[in-house]
Design a protein around this ligand. Structure first.
Ligand SMILES: Cc1cc2nc3c(=O)[nH]c(=O)nc-3n(C[C@H](O)[C@H](O)[C@H](O)COP(=O)(O)OP(=O)(O)OC[C@H]3O[C@@H](n4cnc5c(N)ncnc54)[C@H](O)[C@@H]3O)c2cc1C
Length: 388
């Protein structure tokens, strides 16, 4: 059954996106993975074609598209073979830029959103620190007011788009002049522009997978950020982060589902043609049952994800519990399916030149980021009234 959000316009958008991916992304994807960098031109080409932040209002360069278009972008980009661009663009468009759109003043929106649509501005979100990942309220990077600037000092780690970003939405602790420490209430969001003295892009991290994705360690050393770059109100950063995380986690859950579907399709096709003992690998009952089980799990995941996309587009109810459920379930399934699919590819499954090998490494990050799967279960348990 088709989801409710999918109109003829959405389908036409999907077709145009597929053509763009086939022509401009997939042929270069492996090179980008090996070079560990996606060139800016690939971002600009996405922007020219209208595939970056289509949800931004037309007055700031976007098309005012609904969340259904973001879901299509996430699903199709996963299949592009370029996790570097796929993950980077998802963080840019559906995780970082929405803060500017939701909290920005008209002046701030005019300054940054058109560039987010064209690809001239790449956005990142800087929450995690060496000693504050799951525990967001433990953020230590400080922003101390000095006239019409904040002076920022601290360190961020694991930041997607960190090396190539033009702006970063930075979660900081705004200590009051009296120095009062308030854990949740003391956080604020600043937009820091690349090139600001003291914003140091220290290094691109060496990861297990997602090689084309730029994941960085950043330092802020007496970095003077204009007060005009504060997003929303000072001290409300924790609340803003928690609100936006629902969209971020749904995007990750859609990614988990899309990966599971794509890996299974590739494995069915491989095991139907690969032969042993005069028969296809898929036809041995053990393997056929494995494929049947995975097809069942993927179908169940798809039904749940489509329901959530529909409800998110319609914005009728609080989806925190269901989004947390979807985030842990689809990303864990993607990993279980990756394991089975590598096994069904035999030795070839262990070779990086085979996509399934790279997928196996790429999906491993999903249960960790955007709030780990343990944190998702904690949220669900709390909302079930299980925490004392
Ligand atoms: C590829 C990648 C990209 C990323 N991109 C970004 C980004 O763009 N921006 C950004 O800000 N961050 C980003 N992150 C960071 C990511 O969000 C954190 O790694 C994640 O939140 C976990 O934090 P941590 O690594 O400090 O682990 P920790 O918080 O130290 O957790 C370690 C383990 O303990 C578990 N744990 C923690 N608390 C509890 C608890 N209360 N109950 C049970 N178990 C618990 C965790 O689930 C985890 O398994 C990225 C990470 C990766 C791997």
């Amino acid at each position: 059954m088709e989801p409710r959000y999918l109109s003829d316009e959405h389908k036409a958008f999907r077709e145009a996106l597929r053509t763009h991916i086939q022509r401009h992304i997939t042929p270069h994807a492996l090179d980008w993975e090996e070079q560990r960098k996606v060139p800016r031109e690939a971002w600009l080409a996405m922007g020219r074609a209208g595939f970056l932040c289509p949800w931004i209002e037309p007055q700031y360069g976007g098309s005012g598209a609904d969340f259904g278009y973001s879901a299509i972008l996430r699903e199709e980009m996963v299949r592009s073979g370029s996790p570097g661009l796929s993950e980077g663009a998802a963080v840019h468009a559906d995780i970082a830029a929405p803060y500017v759109e939701r909290l920005g003043t008209p002046e701030q929106k005019k300054r940054w959103l058109p560039g987010c649509v064209s690809g001239e501005i790449i956005a990142a979100l800087g929450m995690s620190e060496p000693d504050a990942g799951s525990d967001v309220a433990g953020i230590r990077t400080t922003a101390v007011r000095d006239g019409d600037h904040y002076v920022v000092n601290g360190q961020k780690i694991f930041i997607t788009n960190g090396m190539n970003c033009d702006i970063i939405i930075l979660a900081v602790r705004t200590t009051s002049p009296g120095g009062t420490e308030v854990r949740h209430g003391g956080l604020s969001l600043l937009v820091v522009e690349a090139g600001t003295p003291g914003f140091v892009k220290h290094r691109q991290l060496d990861k297990m997978g997602l090689h084309g994705q730029d994941t960085a360690e950043l330092f802020f050393e007496d970095c003077r950020v204009p007060v005009a770059n504060l997003l929303g109100e000072e001290g409300r950063g924790f609340k803003y982060l928690m609100q936006n995380l629902q969209r971020e986690r749904l995007i990750v859950a859609i990614g988990g589902q899309a990966y599971a579907e794509w890996m299974l399709e590739k494995t069915i096709s491989y095991t139907k043609t690969r032969k042993a003992f005069g028969k296809s690998i898929a036809s041995f009952q053990h393997n056929a049952f494995k494929l049947a089980e995975m097809a069942t799990e993927v179908a169940i995941g798809r039904a749940f994800i489509d329901l959530l996309i529909d409800d998110f587009v319609e914005g009728k109810r609080d989806l925190t519990t269901e989004v947390s459920m979807a985030k842990w379930w689809t990303t864990e399934k993607a990993n279980q399916i990756a394991y089975q699919c590598v096994q069904l590819h035999g030795g070839y499954g262990y070779m990086r030149e085979f996509e399934i090998c790279r997928d196996y490494c790429d999906v491993r990050a999903m249960p960790i980021y955007a709030g780990s799967n343990e944190i998702m279960k904690q949220i669900i348990a709390r909302r079930m009234g299980l925490e004392e």
